[in-house]
Design a protein. Structure first.
Length: 171
């Protein structure tokens, strides 16, 4: 389906449809290159969501490198010098974190200041509990010029479901 990121499905999409600029201007927050037949002048984004099933999370996630727990583990082990980032809140670490992970709380006031101090050419493997914060973190990192950023698909919940807690250390 041309015009939609891979993995995004819009059941109402009509081939050849092109959104007009004036329509896009009425829909703040819509990524460029996304086309949907329900873009009509005056539509609000909330109303659009009811008309077209494009999820903002799916759009953001489709622009990232998302790895299953198996792929994440293999790629991390094969990447010497990689940085493993746990972007959960410090109080969430009491249940444990992956060995070697550093905690950079996505919700902390100094989150971006800490990220800016990192080498943008290294490999970064990012996770949180369910992947919502890691999607945001990875998106910010990519937009901030980080070249190799990998998101753990499903977060630590998916990791535990696949591997258990054997790779955990207590914080």
């Amino acid at each position: 389906m041309p015009g939609l990121p891979s993995g995004i499905h819009c059941p109402d999409f009509r081939p050849g449809y092109i959104a007009r600029t004036s329509v896009r201007d009425t829909l703040p927050g819509l990524p460029s290159g996304i086309h949907c037949p329900d873009f009509r002048p005056g539509y609000k984004l909330a109303k659009m969501k009811d008309q077209c099933k494009l999820s903002r999370w799916k759009i953001l996630k489709s622009q990232l490198t998302n790895l299953s727990p198996e792929e994440f583990s293999k790629k991390l082990q094969a990447s010497p010098g990689a940085v493993l980032i746990d972007c959960r809140k410090p109080d969430e670490l009491s249940v444990g974190k992956l060995k070697g992970a550093i905690n950079i709380d996505y919700l902390a006031y100094d989150f971006w200041e800490r990220m800016e101090q990192m080498d943008k050419d290294k490999d970064y493997f990012v996770y949180c509990r369910s992947e919502r914060r890691s999607i945001r973190t990875c998106t910010l990192m990519k937009n901030g010029g980080f070249k190799n950023v990998y998101n753990l698909d499903g977060g630590i919940n998916a990791w535990v479901k696949k591997f258990g807690t054997a790779d955990f250390v207590m914080a």
